[in-house]
Design a binder for this molecule. Structure first.
Ligand code: 5GP
Length: 203
């Protein structure tokens, strides 16, 4: 990744990174956690991937490769990565008072965020098994080629993710996983008055 001076980071809110292999269920979990807490907001990523059938137009900012590459050159991304043949990137977040930011991104991007935003907290979401992961990938309408490519990189993603993550959540039961992720975020955002924060510098 092209590196740049880190002048942007002083304007950043608290950053939570939720990562994990495709089909782990991280978007579903984060959607549920955010629906219950208006002081959390999710970044809208850019991608060169085609929109899936039935996928909302606002799921991503869908762009062509030339537009994405021009944005890389202009240093418009906090992080970006190539994932199974497409580019994905998080635009530098603007300041929004009294909200914290949640990024739902793959592990190469998570690594970049942790390097650039040292106080960022990373939660790795993993599926209970590859069989369950495969079923989830198929259920969302990915092409067979995309399903196979995502499964092929899953072991490595999980391994890298575990080496980076502050917390690992197994998405074996959605309600339970949502509760666990919400509880982890709460722990950083509302430290007990008598104790110091679990991660210095995170409000
Ligand atoms: P999908 O094509 O299934 O929507 O996304 C593929 C992978 O890219 C998922 O793991 C998703 O979380 C991740 N992703 C989505 N947005 C971004 C982003 O802005 N940056 C990075 N590095 N990964 C992203």
């Amino acid at each position: 990744m092209k590196t740049s001076e880190n002048a942007h980071s002083e304007r950043l809110p608290n950053v939570f990174v939720v990562s994990g292999p495709g089909g782990a269920g991280k978007n579903t979990i984060v959607d549920r956690v955010l629906a219950a807490d208006p002081t959390l907001r999710e970044s809208r990523s850019w991608t060169t991937r085609e929109r899936r059938p039935g996928e909302g137009e606002d799921a991503y900012t869908f762009v062509d490769s030339a537009t994405f590459e021009a944005a890389i050159e202009a240093d418009r991304f906090l992080e970006w990565a190539e994932y199974v043949g497409n580019l994905y990137g998080t635009p530098w977040p603007g300041p929004v008072p009294d909200t914290d930011l949640v990024l739902v991104i793959e592990v190469q991007g998570a690594r970049q965020v942790l390097e650039r935003v040292p106080d960022a907290v990373m939660i790795l979401v993993v599926p209970p098994s590859r069989r369950v992961q495969e079923a989830r990938l198929r259920a969302r309408g990915d092409s067979e080629e995309h399903v196979q490519k995502r499964l092929a990189v899953a072991d490595e993603e999980e391994q890298v993710g575990r080496s980076l993550a502050h917390h690992v959540v197994v998405n074996d039961d959605l309600d339970r996983a949502v509760e666990e992720v919400a509880g982890i975020l709460d722990g950083y955002r509302r430290p007990p008055p008598s104790a110091s924060s679990p991660s210095e510098g995170i409000a």
